[in-house]
Design a protein around this ligand. Structure first.
Ligand code: SAH
Ligand code: SF4
Length: 477
């Protein structure tokens, strides 16, 4: 019965996107209206595992669900639909998903109408999908990174047929624009500028699970940013695996610095950030655009990965210890107040103590404000997975030494703005103490201060009274 109905609905569906998905959204809405009349609450929950890209995917799923008539809940016990966006960049991200879906078994046993769906990077890996199908039969919906926009179509089919739906694509043929997206914060938004990656760093799974690099049309990006500002957004974060190669896949597209300058000039946009620029093609032009536009935030996340030229070569990163240090020097000359953060991998196959010392040297030289440090995680299918691993105890010991070293050298720049009055974008109520708020400086450093909830989403002047290392206590003027 359900299948027949779905076939009929399918026959009348428009072929073009996004019209097709809006048609399915309307169909779900009509179905939910009937069910709501019978007491169905139509609640959905989206759980994000992973990076900002994954979070942005989560917002897209939420936008579609809400447009289709679901209300969003944070409690899985009351949800009728539970969706996950996943991460597979390191093994512990995979384990996190398995933990979460394992816990949902008892909910499904109580409510056989519960629809559990998984999308995102981890679903682009055949072995993981097989494991989920074998071990977690109550997962009904599996789709990948290239067809996230088709949620409404898949969800309707699952609702009507009660059968499993698994659809995975190798790469995306097109970028589908203008589908709904629900922002987590009213005052802050992430905007994709490109999808996928062409760099193939030898440790990294991203190019395999996100496909080849595809830049969005700059006009579409500008339109989206403009609409966000009109909707009250104060801060936009531009997202791409390597923002510096934006536009290179398209004949007549502008470069990343040009795009950044155009967005920075949108009237009313208070703050503009971007992530991630690869050191291999970080241009002087980009630094100039950052210098000339006050609303571009004073923060650069510049992933180092390793400080050893030999390791960087085997990582396929296309820069050296010396060229990275020269870039840091240039950045600090042009933007003396900039805050620099980084990513570092410890224990890449073949890493010797000497290689590790090179990483320590670059850390001492660069004085990062903070660093995300990772122990190398073997990803099946990447070239490095076949190379001989560094013993675990050696990796762990180097990792500890690196953490200590980063802390020591970040201290040299900590507290440098003490006593100054700086603009803070107020983000939320302080999790620890009553009557306190948490906000962020342009350079991404956190500030805690006393204030009322009504300041959330506003940019306010705050005097930085006390340095606590990587954050401040301050007072609103
Ligand atoms: N495109 C971004 C990185 C995205 S992945 C860039 O090039 O900077 C985020 C971070 O995860 C990477 O910077 C790297 O430090 C880490 N990472 C990626 N693959 C990893 C692996 N196999 N093991 C450990 N860390 C890894
Ligand atoms: Fe992975 Fe390298 Fe692409 Fe970043 S640039 S996503 S680390 S392959």
């Amino acid at each position: 019965m359900g299948n027949k109905l779905f076939t009929e609905i399918l026959e009348n569906a428009p072929a073009n996107e996004p019209e097709r998905q809006f048609y399915f959204i309307e169909q779900i809405k009509a179905l939910l209206d009937v069910k709501k009349g019978e007491g169905y609450e139509a609640k959905a929950m989206v759980t994000v595992i992973g990076c900002q890209m994954s979070a942005k995917d989560g917002e897209k799923l939420q936008g579609i669900l809400q447009e289709a008539g679901y209300s969003i809940t944070e409690k899985e016990e009351e949800a009728d639909v539970i969706l996950f966006t996943t991460c597979t960049v390191r093994e512990n991200a995979n384990q996190k998903l398995y933990g979460r879906i394992g816990q949902l078994k008892h909910l499904y046993q109580r409510n056989k109408d519960l629809i559990i769906g998984i999308t995102g990077c981890m679903m682009q890996e055949k072995d993981e999908v097989e494991t989920i199908q074998r071990k977690y039969p109550y997962v009904h919906l599996i789709f990948g990174t290239h067809n996230i926009y088709k949620l409404a179509e898949y969800l309707l089919e699952t609702m009507l047929s009660k059968e499993k739906k698994v659809e995975l694509l190798e790469d995306s043929a097109e970028i589908v624009e203008n589908l709904p997206s629900k922002r987590k914060y009213s005052f802050r938004a992430a905007v994709n500028i490109s999808f996928g990656c062409n760099n193939f760093c030898t440790y990294c799974i991203v190019p395999y699970v996100r496909g080849r690099e595809k830049s969005r049309d700059s006009q579409e990006i500008l339109k989206e940013c403009e609409a966000l500002v009109a909707d009250g957004v104060k801060e936009i974060m531009l997202l791409g695996q390597n923002v510096n190669s934006y536009g290179l896949d398209k004949k007549e597209e502008c470069s990343f610095p040009e795009l950044l300058a155009k967005i920075a000039k949108l009237p009313g946009l208070k703050r503009l950030r971007f992530m991630t620029p690869n050191p291999k093609d970080f241009s002087d032009e980009l630094l100039q655009v950052m210098k000339e536009n006050e609303n571009i935030c004073n923060h650069i996340h510049l992933p180092l990965q390793s400080g050893s030229t030999a390791i960087l070569k085997r990582m396929n990163r296309h820069y050296s210890k010396e060229s990275y240090m020269a870039l840091v020097k240039k950045i600090r000359e042009v933007l003396p107040d900039v805050s620099l953060t980084t990513d570092i991998i410890v224990g890449f196959p073949g890493e010797t103590e000497e290689d590790f010392q090179d990483t320590m040297e670059v850390v001492a030289y660069s004085k990062f404000d903070s660093a995300f440090t990772f122990q190398y995680s073997k990803r099946t299918g990447t070239p490095a997975a076949k190379w001989e691993a560094v013993p675990e105890d050696v990796v762990k010991e180097r990792f500890q030494r690196l953490l200590e070293h980063i802390r020591l050298h970040s201290e040299e720049r900590e507290g440098r703005d003490l006593g100054k009055v700086m603009e803070v974008l107020v983000e939320e109520k302080d999790k620890e103490s009553e009557n306190m708020l948490t906000g962020r400086l342009s350079n991404n450093v956190l500030v805690h201060f006393e204030g009322g909830e009504r300041l959330i989403g506003e940019i306010v002047p705050v005097r930085l009274d006390k340095s606590m290392g990587f954050y401040y206590y301050g007072s609103v003027l």
